[in-house]
Design a protein around this ligand. Structure first.
Ligand code: BGC
Length: 753
């Protein structure tokens, strides 16, 4: 047999395994045993140990604006069958070319898996994830990730490294922008929406991609808000706060998990058996595979946990990290480690099996090029309906923080002074982690967006200052146009690179001289309304801006259609409905600050918050500037007639909580109605408030609706001191409100039986 004939014989055998597989790639298969076992067994019986190890190795292609670039070494390793997956390669052609090497030039022709960070859109960029969370709109989030999957899959991507479901309570941390904020319940619901959107309900369809819940776990709790930093927390906090969004992702069928860079209680995540073997696999029955974060495996050497790279490889695979992203320690050391008896052959085989299974589920053995179709790519990316969805999402992610004297919405016939470093920007507006989104030529700036409502001649523009500098030379020009206009819109904020990975800040005020600039304008034209539109990837300290501006609209980084979404809100075509998914502190010294803190033994008396020897500050209030769940609307919503169905429930009963919401203002609009409880006494102390449900309801002006929530003992469960997950009998306070800032007035008792 000549070599070519041999290769094609093997490919034929492999393809034969996959017959029928395309109809059985249902998502959510974490629940069921694999239906691919016999195909995988047959394939693995042909594989050498090196080839099995190869499946656990992921390399990066790297890419530039015009297309993917892949180093010669990567290609060499792919040809040898030593690579199972690639990251940072996209486009139908780029992925097809590499796939061709894997399929046609390796001994067994096993297709590669292409992974990429499709975080808040692929080409059509949606608001950053913190902004998406501010919409509290699960349907919209699911739809946005469905669109991202459509676009990414059309560009050859099989797998997204998303969602990031890390709870984040420290605005200094740059990656707070990438998650859903501070709350366990909200983050968990949003985690499910992302997974469903990316994976759809049939992974064998060519427009669905694998999701990856990351970073397991505790990454958001790094000390001092520094990226990659040490995390220490009790198992109790881990289980009650940081694990639930990951569990939600497993329940929604997430096929893959990513390790975290941080250590947790002294053990780096990538080598943490307790996390991957005990919790993820034994307790949660997760059946997918775990990829390390970037070079996280060999970073265990720097952590002081592994003696060298080889030791790191041993620790990671034994702990349950199946795939090595970038680090190549698996390729270099796993064989030796097996020969030395430090890693069992079966451990590597188990990892290989799970990775192959993902490839079968995606239908790659049926057609390895099914995601790499140039015609489909062309007709899919930036589709009109995707852009429309992104515009709607941009509008619904905005949070109106302040609106004195009804400064907003704007009326169309006025002259606007449009000022600030982000007013004409189309580079920052799509935010960090913007996948393959174009930073030039695609995104709609605010300047352009406004032109849908007012003529260009009615917009007087001056940049005035930079995002970060102390140059005041252009303040004057801005003051001059502010004097000429009827209303002032200042667009200020952070550079997109000031949040995201490795972008922690110790100062969370507006950068450079922006605050000074706002003060200059406010002082120069005190009688004109000053609207502040903010783009930023984290909660900022806005204490001074809150005094200077008449209205503040938090726009995060709103994505490709951001300028239009913002214009829709400024002119009232979309009534703002966003609510904060994270607390905005008064100043950095209050961090960590989140709504569901504990009470302490010396809580402050509400009527005397400054009382001595209470848990307060001597210089600033305990309360945040803007609380979790908060956000204004152009209309008013009144909450009345709150009722619960019973004052007592058993562990099998349902409690119904009802409230009437009336839209008493002049605009139709959405309200995010929030259900909170407080478990008054527990075997471990409980947070002062916990979100347990929410509904986003639309009410026409003058309309009212009775809103109903159902609560069961299951919703009241938590991990106690004994690490058992249960609801404890006792008194619970309960309320329905439009933000986390309210006082409980009603309670019920959970009885013992
Ligand atoms: C990040 C991950 C990301 C990976 C691949 C890492 O630095 O922490 O979230 O998925 O890079 O780009």
């Amino acid at each position: 047999m000549n070599r070519l004939f041999k290769i094609y014989t093997v490919i034929a055998v492999v393809l034969a395994f996959s017959i029928n597989s395309c109809t059985t790639g249902k998502s959510g298969s974490n629940m069921a045993e694999s239906s691919y076992d016999s195909k995988i067994d047959s394939l693995m019986s042909l594989m050498t140990l090196e080839e099995k190890i190869g499946q656990t190795v992921m390399y990066s292609g790297g890419w530039d604006k015009t297309g993917p670039t892949v180093s010669a070494n990567n290609k060499k390793y792919i040809r040898e069958g030593s690579v199972g997956a690639m990251l940072n390669v996209f486009s139908a052609k780029g992925t097809r070319d590499l796939q061709k090497i894997a399929v046609e030039e390796t001994r067994l022709g096993i297709p590669l898996l292409f992974g990429y960070d499709v975080i808040h859109g692929h080409r059509t960029i949606f608001p950053i994830n913190l902004g998406l969370a501010a919409s509290w709109d699960l349907e919209e989030i699911e739809n946005g990730s469905r669109i991202a999957a459509e676009e990414a899959s059309a560009e050859g991507i099989h797998w997204t490294f998303a969602p990031m479901v890390d709870i984040a309570r420290d605005p200094r941390w740059g990656r707070i922008s990438e998650g859903a904020g501070e709350d366990v319940y909200l983050c968990s619901e949003i985690a499910k929406a992302y997974v469903k959107g990316f994976q759809g309900d049939d992974l064998s369809a060519n427009n669905t991609i694998l999701a990856c819940a990351k970073h397991f776990v505790g990454y958001g709790a790094g000390q001092a808000g520094r990226d990659y930093h040490t995390v220490n927390m009790g198992e109790n906090e881990l289980r009650n706060t940081y694990l639930p969004p990951f569990k939600a992702a497993v329940d929604a069928g997430a096929e893959t998990f990513m390790t975290a860079f941080n250590e947790l209680n002294g053990v780096p995540a990538s080598g943490n058996k307790f996390l991957y073997r005990q919790i993820l696999r034994d307790e949660w029955k997760f059946k997918g595979f775990v990829v390390s974060d970037y070079t996280a495996i060999f970073e265990m050497v720097q952590h002081g946990f592994a003696t060298d790279n080889k030791d790191a490889a041993r620790l990671a695979i034994n702990a349950g990290t199946d795939m090595d992203m970038m680090g190549e320690v698996n390729r270099m050391y796993l064989k030796e480690l097996i020969e030395e008896g430090k890693v069992k052959k079966e451990t590597v085989e188990e990892a290989c099996r799970k990775i192959l299974e993902a490839k079968f589920k995606l239908g790659l053995f049926d057609d390895p090029y099914r995601y790499s179709d140039e015609a489909r790519e062309k007709e899919t990316i930036y589709k009109k309906e995707f852009l429309e969805a992104a515009r709607k999402s941009a509008a619904s992610s905005l949070v109106l923080l302040k609106n004195d004297k009804k400064a907003l919405p704007l009326t169309k016939n006025k002259t606007i002074a449009l000022i600030g470093p982000l007013a004409k920007d189309e580079e920052n507006i799509i935010g960090n982690w913007a996948a393959a989104g174009d930073r030039r030529g695609r995104a709609v700036s605010i300047f352009e967006g406004l032109q849908e409502y007012v003529s260009k001649t009615n917009i007087l523009y001056a940049q005035g200052c930079d995002i970060e500098s102390d140059d005041e030379s252009r303040f004057k020009e801005a003051v001059a146009i502010a004097k000429k206009a009827d209303v002032i819109v200042m667009v200020m904020g952070e550079d997109y690179d000031m949040s995201g990975e490795a972008a922690s800040r110790t100062n969370i005020k507006l950068p450079g001289n922006q605050t000074e600039f706002i003060r200059t304008i406010a002082d120069a034209v005190p009688n004109k309304q000053l609207i502040l539109v903010l783009m930023n990837g984290r909660p900022l300290d806005l204490s001074e801006e809150n005094l200077l501006a008449d209205a503040i609209l938090e726009a995060w980084f709103p994505g490709t259609m951001g300028g239009l979404g913002i214009a829709d809100v400024l002119f009232g075509a979309y009534n703002p409905s966003g609510k904060l998914p994270v607390t905005f502190p008064r100043n950095i010294g209050q961090i960590p600050i989140y709504y569901n803190m504990k009470n302490t033994g010396r809580p402050i008396p509400p009527d005397n918050p400054k009382e001595d020897y209470k848990s307060n500050y001597i210089d600033v209030a305990n309360t945040p500037l803007y609380p979790f769940g908060y956000g204004l609307s152009y209309t008013n919503f009144e909450y009345k007639d709150f009722k619960i169905s019973s004052k007592e429930i058993t562990k099998t009963d349902k409690l119904i909580a009802n409230v009437t919401i009336s839209n008493t203002g002049n605009y139709d609009g959405y309200e995010v109605v929030q259900l909170y409880v407080h478990d008054k006494v527990g075997s471990i102390t409980r947070p002062v408030k916990e979100l347990k449900g929410f509904q986003k309801v639309f009410l026409k002006k003058g309309e009212h609706k009775r809103i109903r929530f159902t609560l069961t003992a299951g919703d009241l469960k938590f991990y106690g001191y004994d690490m058992k997950f249960k609801a404890e009998p006792g008194v619970f306070e309960i309320a329905i409100a439009g933000s986390s800032d309210f006082d409980f007035k009603e309670s019920f008792t959970l009885k013992n039986d």
